[in-house]
Design a protein. Structure first.
Length: 460
């Protein structure tokens, strides 16, 4: 039995999830489409024998659970983004603190170097003043004033020492100037680094605040989705008792028809055994008569020809009266309509009660009002309006391939024939509907063999 279009749309929307990465978009789209189709088919099958309000509750619960899962994923992503922003905030603060400390040290180094440079300049000025105030015109006067060779040598060493001292001071002064320029450049670089870090920190504050807002929103969405899922689950839980009662009533309805069919199968089997026994007795009588006639001819000494020919023809006639049809699985029965199979025969897990239950027929989807055709010749033995199966009609086809066969057609919009009517294969017996517990227009087609349901597909 299939869902109404609205339920299908809601289900597929609920099952469709996630954004795809560009590198593998096609493959992921294909996988998600296949997964959604499989999930939708599984849910449709599980809802085959469920009331519409229960089916809607199941879909609502599934949607709510999917929304909760998506909300929790968004919450997790938002919390991760917020945590990342906070970590970056802390890392930028640490780098800024370090850079500001380095800037302070660099500025201190600049001040110390500038102080040393000022001291060097003062020393050079002092040497210059000393040279000026000595009253000498140059180093030649120093040498001319020497009183002895030793004094001359001493004066030469003195002059050389003074020149070396002046040169050393000048070199130190130049080195200090270069060092000062380097330290000033380092201070400038640190200021630029600090400005950049402050800009990054300011931008990250915006990111962090946005992340905090997104995380708060995601938490609220997750909380709302959780409450919605809990409410949907509670609603579905509240339908369990009604669903158990409905299933019990539907199974009782099914047992009524099954009991009738089993009784008719017993009667049909008895009639078939009686027919076969009668045929066997008739064949035995014909054989005895043929033997008696042959003995009479032999006794009379007559050699009349053709007597045995009549015996053979009689035996052949008896063998053709069984009334069998084609083999099982080769089109023994016709489909009730030309629609697709929307739900197969077999065991499935009930979506509300979570118990395994037999889906006892094959569903053929078609628009409401589509004619339903008899699967084979037979007599209508059942045409009733039931709670679960809705308008259900059953046809007794008698013995087919040695076994009694009955077919039933449920959820009909209305009947075209009544109980006791003999119908032919392909004759219109009713019209497709969704009466009873059905979630869409279709025919629930059942095949009974020896009074028990079997998979109809093997007979079509």
């Amino acid at each position: 039995m299939r869902l109404r279009p609205l339920l299908v749309t809601l289900l597929l929307a609920a099952l469709t999830c996630g954004l795809l990465g560009p590198a593998q978009a096609d493959d992921k789209l294909h996988q998600q489409k296949r997964a959604a189709d499989e999930a939708a088919a599984a849910l449709r099958n599980s809802l085959a024998d469920v009331q519409q309000d229960v089916a809607a509750a199941v879909v609502a619960q599934k949607q709510a659970a999917d929304r909760l899962d998506a909300a929790r994923q968004r919450e997790s992503a938002a919390e991760y983004a917020l945590d990342t922003a906070r970590q970056k905030d802390a890392a930028l603060a640490a780098r800024l603190h370090l850079a500001e400390g380095e800037q302070a040290q660099a500025e201190k180094d600049v001040a110390e170097t500038a102080s040393q440079l000022d001291a060097g300049r003062r020393q050079v000025g002092s040497l210059a003043r000393q040279a000026y105030t000595s009253g000498r015109s140059g180093t030649l006067d120093v040498f001319l004033d020497a009183t002895s060779p030793q004094d001359f040598a001493d004066r030469i060493q003195m002059v050389q020492g003074a020149l070396r001292s002046q040169g050393s001071v000048v070199r130190q002064l130049n080195a200090l100037r270069a060092d000062l320029r380097s330290r000033q450049a380092a201070v400038t670089a640190k200021k630029q680094q600090i400005a950049g870090l402050k800009a990054q920190a300011a931008a990250n504050v915006v990111v962090r605040e946005d992340a905090e807002a997104a995380a708060a929103s995601a938490r609220q969405s997750a909380s709302s989705a959780s409450a919605e899922a809990a409410s949907a689950t509670a609603t579905l839980k509240g339908k369990e008792a009604d669903e158990r009662a409905r299933l019990a009533a539907q199974e009782a309805e099914g047992r009524r028809l099954a009991g009738l069919i089993r009784q008719r199968a017993i009667e049909a089997a008895a009639r078939e055994r009686a027919r076969i026994a009668a045929e066997e007795r008739a064949a035995a009588k014909r054989a005895a008569a043929a033997r008696a006639a042959a003995q009479a001819r032999d006794s009379a000494g007559s050699g009349s020809s053709g007597g045995s020919s009549g015996s053979d023809d009689s035996g052949s006639s008896g063998g053709s009266s069984g009334g069998g049809t084609t083999t099982i699985g080769g089109g023994t029965l016709s489909r009730p309509n030309s629609g697709p199979i929307t739900s197969p025969y077999g065991m499935r897990l009930h979506p509300v009660l979570h118990v395994w239950k037999l889906h006892d027929g094959t569903d053929f989807g078609a628009a409401c009002g589509t004619p339903i055709h008899a699967a084979a010749d037979g007599t209508v033995i059942w045409a009733q309006n039931l709670n679960g199966y809705g308008n259900q009609l059953a046809i007794d086809h008698g013995i087919i391939n040695g076994v009694p066969v009955v077919t039933s057609y449920s959820h009909q919009e209305r009947f075209a024939v009544g109980v006791g009517t003999h119908v032919s294969r392909g004759q219109v017996i009713g019209y497709t509907g969704q009466t009873g517990y059905a979630t869409g227009c279709h025919v629930h087609f059942m095949v009974y063999v020896n009074g028990a349901t079997v998979n109809p597909v093997g007979w079509l």
